[in-house]
Design a protein around this ligand. Structure first.
Ligand SMILES: C[S@@+](CC[C@H](N)C(=O)[O-])C[C@H]1O[C@@H](n2cnc3c(N)ncnc32)[C@H](O)[C@@H]1O
Length: 94
């Protein structure tokens, strides 16, 4: 699982309590943003920054979405139907 380093502490990424505007990015099955690990000021593979890059030209005011790549059924008792409305929508997030 991706983690980030903040001072003396190593955190598992969880935007529930801490994060930036990126925490509001919704899922799309046809996303205009991709996520990639980037090493900044270190070569330690355990300490990547999680970076978002646009895949297409994004106009001002257009929603930016990425593919959460959740595995349907990975959280027992939790179901989320996808509302991305993409033509290739997979139908479910979880
Ligand atoms: C990181 S939050 C995204 C921001 C959130 N929509 C908000 O308003 O703060 C992730 C949650 O948003 C909802 N969500 C994001 N994309 C969705 C989608 N395509 N269809 C349905 N729910 C979605 C799900 O409840 C998911 O657990």
């Amino acid at each position: 699982m991706a983690k980030y380093f903040d001072g003396d502490d190593l955190f598992i990424i969880d935007a529930k309590t801490k994060g930036n505007i990126g925490r509001f990015m919704n899922h799309s099955c046809n996303p205009n943003v991709m996520v990639q690990h980037v090493l900044v000021d270190t070569h330690d593979l355990r300490l990547p920054w999680v970076a978002f890059f646009t895949k297409t030209r994004v106009m001002a005011g257009e929603e930016m979405c990425w593919d959460y790549n959740y595995e349907v059924g990975m959280v027992k008792g939790r179901r989320i139907d996808c509302k991305c409305h993409a033509p290739n929508c997979r139908g479910r997030l979880l």
